[in-house]
Design a protein around this ligand. Structure first.
Ligand code: IVH
Length: 702
């Protein structure tokens, strides 16, 4: 969501007309649902927790003022979110509900007052437990006669996902309950999480293996738990704190505190920071203490959970729609501080995107010294109207990069001028800065350097792409080697890779290299001098020209010479050449624009020529028109057993089929292996023909 969309429309709830409120509730429901899917189903949140909480808070505030507008599908009536279909559904014995949030001392006072009112209590302070609110994912684990029989995620609160096999791999979760006195049937509930050290190690290993890293420990925990293969989960050091229960065959405690003690005696970890406190004062004190402990815990918490200690009182208090009256989550605010914006520097990212970075007078935000904050892009600077010398509010939420929330009005130094975003890249080439476009050709808020390979900031990223598996696939030329060889001045462009043999002797004298490794590296490089046209095109790293587009272009032009001749004409926007390219399948304005921009730069054109002189680019195979699958759109899903996904795709394309990643009305065939999920379901719904892998092989062979 662009920031202006988020901030621009924020009108105090008290000023909203009824029509505006209704509109906004619709918008908020959509936005919250989208975020829920990103967070719960895809483990890939797109907004910070604080932003998400703010959406929910505003939704609740509007509903409180216009109760008759509460929608049937209001986010305030839902818990959790959509399940994915990789795991079998499990109905919880007792629904897994969630807690209402409190954001201030006043909210906590209101909670205490409500409890007392409801129970008609006198002056005696109420006993509560105050427990850290662990930021992981909740799980319900069913024990029958003391044996673990089933474990499920929360899902939508009523039905979760069966993650028994994975949960069994977690050391801190007992497979058999210890001690005695446990009910014959009990669903133990708690939070699966990852500690900070384990999270850092996991991400480091993922980064080293070139895999995607997780944004925060909670997503890493969710991603680790929801692995199809429990062996992968077993390798992730997941942990578990027990703090609640669902269905039980017999009561086993009289207080929450007593229940926590029992859970511990039966072999579970419970949070050592939990306390039993009395009255509002106790609640507020516990919150302050937890805030102070937070940086030293070694795992993420996002607040404190208050629960009425007496379970008979909990019973009487009961629930309102989705949350209990007996408990509430007091959330930590995003941490903020005031400081001065000293400078704005422009960083050039690996893809050439220019990111303005705020240099700040160092300030402590939530126990961490902050000296930089991201300003995202030129539009964000304009929205904040941030000027050098301004006093600003910076915010840190969880692990996210510090952000500037606002400029403090009235503290602007005299004569401070609005920031002008540079028109040239800060690299020595001083290339022109261009606005990035999306695949459909629309301008975005991002600005990029147009220098590509020639821009020293982008060179490494381009080289990395060039040697990657799907491009030139040069083994032995990893990040480390690319950096080292670049620093020695041996690698400035892809063509230089094919001249590395000139540095053979220096290489042999380099620590870590021997006769064998040098020979292997140079042989791997030599083997790639003969390259298919599609890999050649893809390796150039032209924006919007991914593997599929490169294949389409290779088939369309047939030879490197024809391709380059066409590109020269495209760079000049020759209408005939543009028309020819446009006529190719799946190619539109974005690709044409990107190709034109790339080949219009002399340094790119010279680089490509230099590279081509080193290579023997093979002509592309023209697609066959007379096969059983020619012209058909095919989707592969599930795991294939006779061939890899890449092989299957290449084979299908060779035979003239188009391979797509998702099933739609345009799909002709779905080839499904074991473990196929939602795509198979969609195919059935749309009446698309489904084949097994063997049936597919028979079809293409015939
Ligand atoms: S008790 C009826 N205790 O917070 C709900 N929840 O919004 C009972 N959480 O889904 C939940 N720490 O994932 C409880 N000490 C704690 C907790 C805790 C974290 C999470 C849990 C729950 C959510 C509630």
């Amino acid at each position: 969501m662009p920031p202006d969309e988020r901030e621009g429309s924020v009108k105090p709830v008290a000023d909203l007309t009824e029509a505006e409120a209704a509109d906004e509730l619709t918008r908020l429901a959509d936005e919250i649902a989208r975020n829920d899917i990103a967070y719960f189903r895809d483990d890939a949140p797109v907004v910070s927790d604080a932003e998400y909480d703010e959406l929910k808070r505003r939704n609740a505030e509007i509903e409180a003022r216009f109760p008759h507008l509460v929608r049937e599908n209001s986010p305030s009536l839902k818990v959790g979110a959509a399940r994915s279909d990789q795991f079998a559904p499990v109905e919880h014995g007792v629904p897994m509900l969630s807690l209402d949030n409190a954001f201030s001392d006043e909210d906590a006072a209101e909670f205490d007052a409500r409890v007392r009112r409801f129970l008609r209590l006198g002056d005696e302070p109420v006993a509560y437990t105050a427990e850290p609110k662990i930021d992981g994912l909740s799980c319900s684990i069913r024990y029958e006669k003391g044996e673990l029989v089933r474990a499920a995620t929360r899902g939508d609160g009523r039905v979760g996902e069966d993650v028994t096999a994975n949960v069994r791999t977690i050391g801190e979760i007992p497979k058999t309950l210890r001690g005695s006195g446990w009910p014959q049937l009990i669903e133990v509930r708690g939070e699966i999480y990852l500690g900070h050290t384990e999270f850092a190690a996991l991400n480091e290993a993922a980064a080293a293996a070139g895999q995607r890293t997780y944004a925060n420990p909670r997503n890493a925990a969710a991603g680790s738990l929801r692995q199809i293969d429990p062996k992968i989960t077993a390798g992730r050091p997941l942990r578990f704190f027990a703090y609640a229960w669902g269905l039980v065959s017999a009561p086993f405690a009289e207080t929450q505190w007593g229940a926590l003690e029992k859970l511990e005696a039966w072999g579970f970890q419970t949070t050592p920071q939990s306390r039993c406190v009395h009255g509002l004062e106790g609640l507020l004190g516990a919150y302050r203490d937890m805030e102070a402990l937070r940086p030293h815990l070694g795992f993420d918490i996002d607040g404190v959970v208050y629960k009425v200690d007496r379970l008979d009182w909990q019973q009487r208090l009961g629930f309102v729609s989705r949350a209990p009256r007996w408990g509430i989550a007091r959330k930590f605010p995003a941490e903020q501080a005031r400081t001065v914006l000293e400078a704005i520097d422009i960083q050039v990212g690996r893809t050439g995107a220019l990111t303005p970075v705020a240099r700040l007078t160092p300030v402590t935000v939530g126990g961490v010294v902050v000296t930089n904050a991201t300003l995202h892009n030129a539009d964000e600077i304009a929205r904040l109207d941030a000027r050098l010398g301004d006093t600003v509010i910076v915010q840190r939420a969880g692990d996210v990069i510090p952000q500037i929330v606002s400029v403090v009005a009235g503290e602007r130094p005299k004569g401070a001028r609005a920031y002008a975003f540079p028109h040239v890249c800060p690299c020595p080439l001083k290339t022109e800065v261009v606005r990035e476009t999306t695949a459909s050709g629309a301008e975005t808020v991002v600005r990029r350097c147009s220098g590509e390979f020639a821009c020293p900031f982008q060179k490494l990223a381009h080289l990395r792409h060039f040697v990657s598996r799907r491009a030139f696939d040069i083994e032995g030329l990893g990040e480390k080697q690319l950096v080292a060889f670049s620093e020695r001045g041996w690698l400035n462009s892809p063509a230089d890779i094919f001249r590395l043999h000139e540095h053979r002797d220096e290489l042999l004298a380099t620590e870590g290299y021997g006769e064998v490794s040098v020979r292997n590296l140079l042989e791997n490089i030599e083997a790639r001098r003969r390259i298919s046209l599609d890999r050649f095109i893809y390796g150039l790293g032209i924006r919007h020209i991914g593997e599929t587009t490169a294949t389409v272009m290779a088939r369309g032009y047939g030879s490197a010479e024809a391709f380059l001749a066409a590109m020269d004409r495209i760079a000049e926007r020759d209408p005939e050449a543009v028309g020819e390219l446009d006529a190719l399948d799946q190619i539109g304005e974005a690709v044409i624009g990107a190709a034109a921009a790339y080949f219009a730069e002399d340094h790119n054109r010279a680089m490509v020529e230099d590279l081509k002189a080193q290579l023997e680019v093979q002509d592309a195979e023209r697609p066959k028109a007379d096969t059983a699958v020619a012209g058909k759109t095919v989707v592969f899903t599930g795991s294939l057993e006779r061939m890899t996904r890449d092989e299957a795709k290449a084979q299908a394309e060779r035979l003239g089929a188009k391979v797509s990643g998702s099933v739609s009305k345009k799909t002709d065939l779905v080839v499904a292996g074991p473990g196929a999920g939602s795509k198979l379901k969609t195919a059935a719904e749309l009446g698309v023909q489904v084949l097994t892998e063997d049936e597919w092989l028979a079809l293409v062979a015939g």
